[in-house]
Design a protein around this ligand. Structure first.
Ligand SMILES: [Zn+2]
Length: 245
């Protein structure tokens, strides 16, 4: 008995040690398993959640484009002969021409609409092409054609791009940024009002010109084409107060 007791004790002692090691190993194993399960469960949970770090959907803050048959401004109450809208010099409102930075290949486009009458289409030896306009003039001109059509009226274009010819040396026609207009169905006052509603930047009801009364409507250079003026043009316009059509 006595001889066995110490052995038993020994056995118990070593058995106790083994069982402690076993418990430790089991504990470590369970811990590893638990951590692994938790880790993978966490990944799956994360995957099931909507990605919080993804960027928000893009929001377009630009106002929707106005339909081309809608006026962009109300009509002025009156548009008297030999007045302009707005009241001021054309080169101040629209910016002067600057042939040093103007490029016919880049800035001019061909405009056509079967409802529009073009003077150059009806003159056999006409050197100018009244379909040629500055690209920044296209949108107001298209809007004008539509607004006139709503009144069962047609637009006549008597002059557009004029690199040389009858217009003043500083005329915006030299960059294709102006058109001379009439309409058989509209009075010149109503046509001038409609030009203003169509979005032209400067409108002039010209009643006292040799070539005949008409409405001259012009635009600024498009903002995407805003090229700094050449020094010569800057100094020229700083020294003059005139600049109308
Ligand atoms: Zn003109």
């Amino acid at each position: 008995m006595n001889s066995t007791l110490p052995r038993k004790g020994k056995e118990n002692k070593s058995g106790g040690k083994a069982s402690t090691e076993n418990r430790t190993a089991r504990f470590l194993l369970l811990t590893v398993v638990a951590l692994s399960v938790g880790f993978f469960a966490g990944i799956r949970y994360q995957q099931s959640l909507p990605a919080r770090s993804s960027p928000p959907p893009a929001v377009n803050h630009l106002p929707p484009a106005l339909p081309v048959d809608q006026p962009i401004r109300p009509a002025p109450a009156r548009f008297l002969p030999d007045t302009t809208h707005p009241d001021g010099k054309e080169f101040v409102v629209c910016g002067p021409i600057d042939l040093a930075t103007f490029s016919s290949g880049r800035d001019l486009i061909y405009f056509d609409d079967p409802r529009v009458w073009f003077a150059s289409d009806h003159a056999g030896n006409h050197e100018d092409d009244d379909h040629t306009i500055h690209r920044s003039l296209e949108e107001p001109l298209r809007r004008l054609v539509e607004l006139a059509a709503r009144r069962h009226a047609h637009i006549k274009i008597h002059g557009a791009y004029r690199p040389i010819g009858i217009h003043l040396i500083r005329s915006l026609h030299r960059e294709g940024r102006a058109v001379d207009l009439t309409s058989e169905e509209l009075s010149l006052e109503d046509l001038a009002k409609l030009c203003w509603q169509s979005g032209f930047d400067w409108v002039y009801y010209e009643s006292t010109v040799k070539t005949g009364a008409h409405v001259h409507a012009s635009v600024k250079r498009a903002t995407s084409l805003s090229i700094p003026l050449s020094p010569a043009t800057n100094s020229f316009y700083a020294a003059t107060e005139s600049g109308d059509e």
